[in-house]
Design a protein around this ligand. Sequence first.
Ligand SMILES: O=c1ccn([C@@H]2O[C@H](COP(=O)(O)OP(=O)(O)O[C@H]3O[C@H](CO)[C@@H](O)[C@H](O)[C@H]3O)[C@@H](O)[C@H]2O)c(=O)[nH]1
Ligand SMILES: [Mn+2]
Length: 733
Amino acid sequence: MESTLSKSTLHTHRCMRRTPFNRLFAGVYTIALFALLYHHVLTLLHSTTLVSFFISISMLISDILLGFMWSASQAFRMRPIHRQQFPENLEKVVDRKDFPAMDIFICTADPYKEPPMTVVNTTLSVMAYDYPTEKLSVYVSDDGGSELTLFALMEAAKFGKHWLPYCRQNNIVDRCPEAYFRSNHPRSSEIDKIKMMYESMKIGVETVVGTGKVGDQHVSSEEEREAFNKWTQGFTRQDHPSVIQVLLEMKKDKDNTGQSMPNLIYVSRQKSKASPHYFKAGALNALLRVSAIMTNSPVILTLDCDMYSNDSQTPHRVLCYLIGSASRPNLGYIQFPQRFHGLNEADIYACDLKREFKVQPVGMDGLSGPNYVGTGCFFRRRVFFGAPSSFLPPELPELSPDHVVEKPIKAQPILALAHLVAGCNFENQTNWGSKMGFRYGSLVEDYYTGYRLQCEGWNSVFCHPDRPAFLGDIPISLNDVLSQTKRWSVGLLEVAFSKYCPVTFGARAMGPLMGLCFAYYAFWPIFSIPITTYAFLPQLALLSNFSIFPKVTDPWFVLYIFLFLGAYAQDCLDFILADSTIQRWWSDQRMWLIRGLSSQLFGLTEFVTKSLGVATHGFNVTSKVVDDEQSKRYDQGIFEFGVPSPMFVPLAMAATINLIAFVRGLLEVCSGGNVDGSLVQMFISGFGIVNCFPIYEAMVLRTDKGRMPIKTTIISIFLSWALYTTTSLILKI
Ligand SMILES: O=c1ccn([C@@H]2O[C@H](COP(=O)(O)OP(=O)(O)O[C@H]3O[C@H](CO)[C@@H](O)[C@H](O)[C@H]3O)[C@@H](O)[C@H]2O)c(=O)[nH]1
Ligand SMILES: [Mn+2]
């Protein structure tokens, strides 16, 4: 049968059955949307006063934006596909010794926000891949330039010599030590022994991190001493020479059974306050070059330091797309979804990002492929050097993807060259970041890089096996979640309003559907405009007895019901079909509203001020440190406010105004007032209130540390009052 093994035996795909229904629904809904716009225009034309004109135009703009986002999101629903891989067939097609070499990049940026033990665990989990060790090289990029991280990795290298053979001999699937020891498994003396080794390494690393300095007693060899000597007096995170340290060299370093260890290299690129470093994209480009000099493997995996491997077979799955006749020449990368461990049952902050990381990529997969999401992505090295049909040669021949490395990685000329290409001036006047490597110019370098690659003609594949290939950490306080999405908002807008706007440039390069998919993300922060409008305007109008929606008896009322229920029901269905729960979907829609009122709104404002030249923005790394009390509250599903953050103010204001408007409307109804005209407004306020439950709790009921700071509550109530009095004055004119 060997000779009949074809493409289909390594991977298959089929169109999802829901596709025709999706298309039909999109058609019907589009007609309803146009009807709504027609209705808005009519109301606008018939508005008699300046105030009603202003209200109508606000509602029109909001609905146009919602309608635009809705249309863009339909592109994901036009051709979703389902893929399957057959890694068990791989070795029938290709010999293990012919597997391509892989370079794995792990990024870390701050030993205090990203504990070195997290980096260690991720590193070990991929070093232990079920893959020929002499084909694996792991590069850790440390933008924090921290000797603590280097020390932790040195310890990991030593422990790895026991851990790798242990995993291999016992056929462990979960090769991240921390996760493995956390899960239940039968006890044996072997497990106890390796667990003890792990624990003692962990204590050692955490002690050193606690003291903030690698003391002499922790340095065990001359080589290690030399490495730490690079941290001289003037060495700071923002200003230091490049440090490249080979911690394990394949073939030379053996594990305790005598088998070769993979390469493990610590890289902290040169930093200088005088030259921009472009955050993670800059770090990845430095790694691209350093790895080119040292190993130049044709396949590259990028990982964030908190995304450990949860399946030792993942590279085999990837090869199903890269090997032999099964591979397409313009296939640029294979993206795995970001999945997370430690989510609480309701996933209160919607950190699962089901829509972004699961539902939508499946939709793009049926077009030319999902976008790159920053981690868990296997690239062909070639994609970083121009379009599939036009190769862009790098400035040094050694950086070229087809260059063959002949010298060992510790050879003097190799190390010298590696230091040179990790230098902060190397990229000056080159194509790096513009046409080559990971792209600069957006805080979401992942989105932007994937987008530009797709525009160049590279395709991608979405691979989402049932067992998650990688698992990452999630932020567990609302402020962290919102800061993260604020950074994303700014980054996305940077692309939306650049010359590479997906609606124009993107649609031309990749076709309208892919253009719309990318546009959905790029314009994602503008959800904040309609959400903010809907959170305040109908309520303020209700408080002044001003009716802005059709009466219940009006035929247009049915249209509103259809549009609302249609969009919500379809979204909910998407969630359920993606193996989520109603409860999590509810949290997700609530976070959609919360983000719209806070992080996206602030992101939008920050982007505008930055464009006007008032402010600049940086990459604020998400904290992966866990505070016990916080984490307990998180597990109980309680929102964590705690710190005074300006982003909480609009949330608390919306909570207040919605409550007052609803109560006022109710009183009006009880006293025999006009229900018919204000029903939609009452419904919206009521819906707001239901969504705001955690906010009321945090404002008035709770006493724990995670409650809304009193100051924020007072300021918000005061501002709500000010907003109410001003608008009621205006509305009464
Ligand atoms: O100057 C920097 C800043 C960050 N990082 C690394 O970038 C990764 C992502 O940072 P994190 O703070 O975890 O950001 P998130 O918002 O959680 O990350 C998402 O969004 C980022 C873009 O904003 C993507 O790069 C990530 O892959 C994606 O998971 C981490 O490994 C950091 O160590 C650097 O290497 N250098
Ligand atoms: Mn992260």
